[in-house]
Design a binder for this molecule. Structure first.
Ligand SMILES: *Cc1c(COP(=O)(O)O)cnc(C)c1O
Length: 459
């Protein structure tokens, strides 16, 4: 007889004391970000005016594989960590697959997603450094909500630029941010130079993470004692998220298994990196029995930077305020379709993941919007958890692999990250259930045009 549900949790003392910095173990290090004016490699201190110093140092650290989690941050992690690792017997059963499917449930965090894992240390470092205001961007509102909550823990004021389309699609995430005292502005807005320029050129611009980042960075630069925090893409964000994979590794050990396939959805790469990097360290180290694992990032077909983008130096934002990052990109001027997985509508991929993909240490798949919601609905009925539209992409990729196992009869062990729940995204599920959602495919023409407008510099 199979058990209906099995959850693995860690004791408090087993919650990680260090984050894992994969950069230290990579044979081919990520290329350096460049100052766009001089085209010279950036130094950590070039980033000090924008980010907390400690985050800048972590960003550039290619030396230390383990970075200590401050005890005050670990205390806050204990509010909701460890998160459960769950054997998805229900899903296995409906798929009729011999595969063993496990998921790490990051949706149990107070804000409903993995984002709090980085919001807490970023707010903590800002507080340590005497910062009084923080600004950020948010897509679906998950990051904004997490940062607003973390800022409120430390008595810091927060201002959030929310992508306009999400501001309209997901009004309750705005209410959540405001509950924690954040000032929320839909982006593009008339409150910044960058926003005005975008609205002048495109009066009906729906916003993108690229526009919201430009506005938040501009506000941080023009406000005294104010720093900017980013919820994905950057190395230090993925670093903080490695608590996910480090916990999962211990929990898989409790289950007596080791994954053959590790899967996560992909926006800028933080939940993917957080889950994958700790397992990938064994592959990089060539450890027997642990060096066969496949790592799969699941991105939306409408925003396919990993599967169809180019490896180029590009800006992280629409206005071109950020350094040039060596990454897979669709072009910073790319305006993604209005899919409901707001957290995956970003034009580029983090530089670590970009290098790993280039070196074929991981794979990427793209998932259509309808396949993602079909997978999410199937999962909800099998496991009783409504997944975030972003997480539905990881579930869809998991289902593809589990179905392959059903055909071949192989009992592979598949581990995926459930990055968040979808209880604040029910308007999106409503549309799906009513048959009002559609697929969007990025045309080759638009892709080629965006790429042709990039800085000609090749990595
Ligand atoms: C933000 C978000 C993502 C995408 O961001 P990554 O940095 O790629 O992880 C995925 N899932 C959820 C629930 C999110 O909130």
């Amino acid at each position: 007889m199979t058990e209906l549900r099995k959850r693995y949790l860690l004791d408090e003392e087993e919650i990680p004391r260090y984050w894992y910095n994969i950069q230290a173990d990579m044979a081919n290090k990520p290329l350096p970000p460049l100052n766009p004016a001089t085209k010279q490699p950036l130094r950590a201190e070039d980033l000090y005016p924008i980010f907390a110093r400690e985050c800048c140092l972590q960003e550039m650290n290619q030396r230390d594989p383990w970075i200590e989690i401050p005890e005050e941050v670990r205390e806050k992690y204990k509010y909701y960590r460890s998160t459960p690792l769950v054997r998805a017997y229900g899903l296995e059963k409906v798929l009729g697959t011999p595969a063993h499917i496990y998921f790490k449930n990051e949706s149990v965090s107070p804000m409903g997603s993995h984002k709090l894992n980085s919001a807490i240390p970023q707010a903590y470092y800002c507080k340590q450094e005497g910062v009084t205001n923080i600004t950020t961007e948010t897509g679906a509102g998950q990051w904004g909500a997490s940062l607003a909550y973390a800022a409120s823990m430390y008595g810091i004021d927060s201002a959030v630029y929310q992508v306009r389309i999400s501001y309209e699609q997901k009004p309750y995430r705005r209410s959540i941010m405001q509950t924690f005292g954040a000032q929320v502005t839909p982006s593009p807005s008339m409150s910044t130079r960058a926003g005005k320029d975008i609205l002048t050129a495109h009066p009906n611009h729906q916003g993108s993470l690229g526009t919201a980042i430009s506005e938040a960075v501009e506000l941080a630069r023009s406000t005294p004692n104010c720093k900017y925090c980013l919820g994905s893409v950057l190395n230090h964000v993925a670093l903080h998220q490695t608590v996910i994979g480090l916990e999962a590794e211990k929990q898989m050990e409790m289950a007596g298994e080791y994954p053959d396939i590790v899967i996560a959805c992909f926006g800028g790469g933080s939940n993917f990196g957080g889950m994958a990097f700790p397992f990938m360290r064994h592959l990089l180290g060539g450890e027997k029995g642990k060096d066969h694992v496949r790592f799969i990032a699941a991105e939306p077909a409408s925003c396919p930077k990993l599967t169809r983008g180019e490896f180029r130096y590009d800006f992280g934002d629409e206005a071109g305020y950020t350094p040039l990052l060596p990454m897979y990109t669709l072009g910073h001027n790319f305006s993604p379709a209005n899919i409901h997985a707001g957290g995956l509508r970003y034009h580029g991929a983090g530089v670590i993941v970009s290098q790993l993909l280039k070196d074929k240490l991981m794979e990427a798949v793209d998932i259509d919007q309808l396949e993602s919601f079909e997978a999410g609905t199937l999962f909800a009925r099998a496991e009783g958890i409504i997944p975030a539209p972003e997480s539905c992409h990881a579930i869809a990729a998991t289902i593809r692999e589990a179905r392959k196992c059903a055909e071949t009869g192989e009992a592979k062990v598949i581990l995926f990250n459930l990055s968040g729940h979808g209880l604040v995204d029910m308007a999106s599920y409503d549309k799906f259930l009513a048959g009002d959602l559609q697929n969007y495919t990025l045309s080759e023409e638009v892709l080629t045009r965006n790429i042709s407008e990039l800085d000609p510099l090749q990595p």
